[in-house]
Design a protein around this ligand. Structure first.
Ligand code: ADP
Length: 884
């Protein structure tokens, strides 16, 4: 009976350990895949599918990739959502008895990628573990490419969970079964965030086991030392995450050595739609960095700084002292042009130390990586000297914490040669003088070469063959080459090795002896250098915490430097941060829009709001006037201030806000099957439920997705609700095309009308981009349509129609239904004045049925109807009205 070959047996046994992954099985210089993996991978990677004898009747499907270019193929598979398990030969094939021992050395999934090609330098790559129990969520988050490990918890709020996941934007999520099997919750996360959740067996969330794992991994005796004793759900999430890392990364985890617990409330909560609408890190349309806030403020010189600044933008601060500290740091660099230049010159020499350290921890770093590390830490003494002159608390703190790592610098400097090769197994990496044995072998091979030269001279002399050469190749070793014309001069002691067309090759006993010495030394030195290199790597790794701490200092300094630099280049000012409820911006600008145009073209605007009389800015103005830009600009200025950045304004006083909410523009969430209106309403609902009096709310054109009357009613009611201190009473910017709402200024204390000025010039509209007090009551729709390039015929005809409509309505530039609306609103106003407005639950704003009925009566063709038909019709209408 056919039987599997031993190698195939080994393959299948190993694959059994990682059923959900594609197994890269190392065979010599290739990683091979077999059976279903091979069929799948050959298709996904577009590589040839072949077969291999496996002992059975049919050959096993097989495909493979060369080991040295495997990274690209792995990256492709990971990107397509697969997991890849790497199985290596773990003993020297030449020493193996029977089949070579093989083991899985790593499992790579989207959240456990560490290789350069698969990572974005300027972004963290998070793996998230969620533990769910009784509507509480424990979170464990790690970026194994940088060594960060953070934990937190969320109590009873799915929306906060969604926002937090949205902020982290993890590449992979694992959870316990309670969450995975909770369809509603699972779908909510997967659909909102467009990410798949993977189940992780419940046994790994066992408290005792998790506690043990945390203590062992972070080398602590009790959970108190890592401040987790009071957080059982965090312990479960963190402990499970460590086990997942152990299973997939095997032993290379020494770079993950600090656990950092954070409270969600420490930072400004920004929900998903607000992040998107404000285009903090990418644009809504193109999903590109260009055009986002981060694009403007990120001038960082290192990847570490870039990642940190992104984190800052994603989570603005709430604590006045912390904000102030960053601002003071930025200010110092902003004002000191020499300091700025000096820092720039140093920081730009720094490589990604965090990710280099990870490579070292994984044993993947080569000699060039160590040189990059050397160059990066080589700037530290100079950096420390520069920082010693600084005065702000933040820069002083960085100075205090900065370890200049001179010992590591000199270890690499003395050990590694300046221009080493890519590989670490072919020698030529250790400097002369670093290790005596290496020097000895090197001498042998160097002197050996001199011996060869000397011997060549002597043989030339002895034989009289002037063209005699001693050469070397990998197959034959050293040999003496004599051209055909000189063969008659060859002496007896030359032993023939090989005959070529024009020459003969020989060796002598003496040459053989020298060869053995040289080649023996070369082989030995290569092995020795590899060992010494590994030892240097280990010694660096033993100092990992110090190196990581300096890397953090550099990231911090770089982020602050970037904020100072853009503040200087873009003429920003330092905001005054207060705990009062006011926002007072003089000549504010939109940081991105002004960057897209010539600096002088942007028209600055003021904004003064508080929780008192100026609570709601009700902004009207034609389309394209600049309403959205203005409102976003206010939100961005507040957000920038709270990350510790200077702001685009002439002066700014910012009272810290707890949250910013935006509902801007209409967008269909087609992926989740929600209509524009539904999306709009759920966003508004989220705002009304979660905004506090300390929030800043930006609402742009709400109610647009439905009929005029519905929309107006909703917008009206929303303003009332937000303005009412009993419910929210927070600072709000509300742009609307419903001019009718401007009457609210008279009705509600706190609402103030504003508009964006335009001017009419020869039937054309000129946008002045200036925000002014008071309302507009013109839409200028046709003028805007003209600018947008509608055909002249359409513009002309629109005007005709508008004129007719105006005529039919006592020369008012309004549509008939708007006139009706005005009457309704006036009526409503009277009612409001007679009733106590605040304790009214739902005011009937107006009854749009009247309008419909009037239209119907108008359109009746009475001369074609019988009296009884008219009677019946009137009966129906009356019934309709009674039912109201
Ligand atoms: P609206 O929301 O009123 O329809 P937008 O805010 O979308 O108008 O602005 C339309 C365009 O006007 C923007 O894309 C921008 O190019 C320009 N704009 C807006 N505000 C300003 C300003 N303050 N200065 C210069 N240009 C502006």
């Amino acid at each position: 009976m056919a039987k599997l070959t031993p190698m195939m047996e080994q393959y299948l046994k190993i694959h059994d350990q990682v059923k959900d992954a594609i197994l890269f099985f190392r065979l010599g210089d290739f990683y091979e895949m077999f059976f279903d993996d091979a069929i799948l991978a050959s298709k996904e990677l577009e590589i040839t599918l072949t077969g291999r004898d496996c002992g059975l009747e049919e050959r096993a499907p097989m495909c493979g990739v060369p080991y040295h270019s495997a990274e690209t193929y792995i990256a492709k598979l990971i990107e397509k959502g697969y997991k890849v398990a790497i199985c290596e030969q773990v003993e020297d094939p030449s020493e193996a008895k029977g089949i070579v021992r093989r083991e899985i050395t790593r499992i790579i999934s989207p959240g456990t990628v560490i290789d350069g090609e698969m990572l974005d330098d300027n972004k963290n790559n998070y793996l998230l573990c969620i533990y769910y129990e009784d509507e509480q969520f424990g979170l464990g988050v790690t970026d194994i490419s940088t060594g960060e490990f953070m934990v937190s918890e969320i109590q009873h709020s799915r929306s906060v969970l969604i926002d937090e996941i949205g902020k982290l934007n993890p590449s992979e999520i694992i959870t316990n079964n309670s969450l995975y099997k909770n369809k509603e919750l699972k779908n909510l996360i997967e659909e909102k965030l467009n990410i798949k959740i993977n189940p992780y067996p419940n046994k790994y969330f066992n408290y005792k086991e998790c506690e043990k794992k945390i203590k062992k991994h972070f080398h602590v005796y009790s959970l108190t030392s890592v401040d987790l004793d009071a957080y059982p759900i965090i312990v479960k999430a963190a402990g499970a995450l460590i086990q997942y890392l152990e299973q997939t990364q095997k032993n290379a985890l020494s770079h993950i050595n600090q656990i950092n617990r954070y409270a969600i409330e420490e930072y400004m909560l920004l929900d998903l739609s607000t992040r998107r609408n404000l285009e903090l890190t990418e644009t809504i349309r193109g999903k590109e960095k260009k055009g986002s806030l981060l694009w403007v403020i990120d001038k960082t010189l290192t990847s570490m700084g870039a990642r940190l600044l992104r984190q800052w933008v994603e989570q603005p601060l709430l604590n006045k002292e912390q904000i102030q500290k960053r601002l003071d740091g930025v200010e110092e660099i902003y004002h000191d042009i020499v300091l700025r230049k000096e820092l720039e010159n140093l920081l730009k020499k720094v490589y990604d130390i965090q990710r280099l350290i990870t490579r070292i921890s994984y044993g993947n770093a080569n000699a060039r990586d160590l040189l990059s590390l050397k160059q990066s830490i080589g700037i530290l003494p100079e950096l420390k000297k520069i920082l010693s002159k600084c005065n702000s608390a933040l820069l002083k703190q960085i100075y205090d914490q900065l370890d200049t790592l001179e010992d590591i610098f000199s270890l690499i400097n003395q050990g590694i040669i300046e221009d080493p090769p890519q590989t670490i197994k072919e020698g030529n990496i250790i400097k002369d003088g670093f290790n005596k044995e290496v020097d000895k072998y090197r001498d042998a091979s160097r002197f050996g070469k001199q011996w060869i030269k000397k011997m060549e001279q002597e043989e030339k002399k002895k034989t009289g063959i002037k063209s005699l050469k001693i050469r070397f190749n990998k197959v034959f070793g050293y040999y003496i080459e004599v051209t055909k014309s000189n063969l008659h001069l060859v002496p007896d002691y030359f032993i023939r090795k090989q005959t070529l067309a024009n020459s003969e090759r020989y060796f002598t006993h003496e040459l053989k002896e020298i060869e053995d010495k040289i080649l023996g030394a070369e082989d030995k030195v290569v092995q020795l250098e590899y060992k010494i290199f590994q030892n240097i790597r280990e010694r660096i790794l033993s100092q990992i915490i110090r190196i990581q701490s300096s890397a953090k200092c550099i990231a911090f300094l770089d982020a602050i430097w970037s904020l100072a630099t853009i503040a200087y280049e873009n003429h920003y000012v330092k905001p005054v941060i207060t705990n009062k409820d006011e926002i007072d911006i003089k000549e504010g600008r939109h940081p991105v829009v002004e960057n897209m145009m010539d600096y002088s073209e942007f028209v600055p605007n003021d904004c003064k709001i508080n929780c008192g009389n100026n609570r709601i800015m009700l902004i009207t103005g034609p389309n394209m006037a600049g309403k959205s830009t203005y409102m976003r600009q206010v939100a961005l200025i507040v957000l920038m201030a709270q990350i510790g950045s200077f702001v685009p304004a002439k002066q700014a006083k910012i009272g810290i806000v707890d949250r910013i909410f935006t509902r801007v523009g209409a967008s269909d969430d087609l992926a989740s099957g929600q209509s524009t209106f539904m999306v709009e309403m759920s966003e508004v609902s989220n705002i009304l439920k979660n905004a506090s009096k300390n929030s800043l709310v930006i609402l742009d054109e709400i109610g647009r997705g439905t009929s005029t009357f519905d929309g107006l009613s909703i917008a009206w009611a929303v303003i009332e609700y937000i303005n009412d201190k009993k419910y929210i009473g927070c600072k709000t910017l509300f742009a609307t095309h419903y001019h009718e709402l401007t009457v609210l200024e008279d009705q509600l204390e706190g609402v103030k009308n504003y508009s964006i000025a335009v001017k009419e010039e020869n039937d054309n509209i000129v946008f002045l981009r200036e925000i002014i007090s008071g309302k507009t009551d013109q839409s200028y729709g046709i003028q805007v349509a003209k600018i947008a390039g509608l055909p002249d015929e359409v513009i002309k005809r629109s005007k005709e129609i508008l004129n007719k409509l105006e005529f039919s309505d006592s020369n008012k530039k309004r549509f008939p239904h708007e006139k009706y609306l005005k009457t309704a609103i006036t009526k409503e106003r009277k009612e409001i004045n007679t009733k106590n407005y605040n304790d009214n639950n739902h005011l009937t704003l107006f009854n749009y049925k009247y309008e419909e009925i009037i239209q119907k009566i108008k359109s009746l063709q009475l001369d074609r109807m019988t009296p009884i038909e008219i009677m019946n019709y009137m009966y129906k209408l009356q019934k309709n009205l009674k039912n109201e």
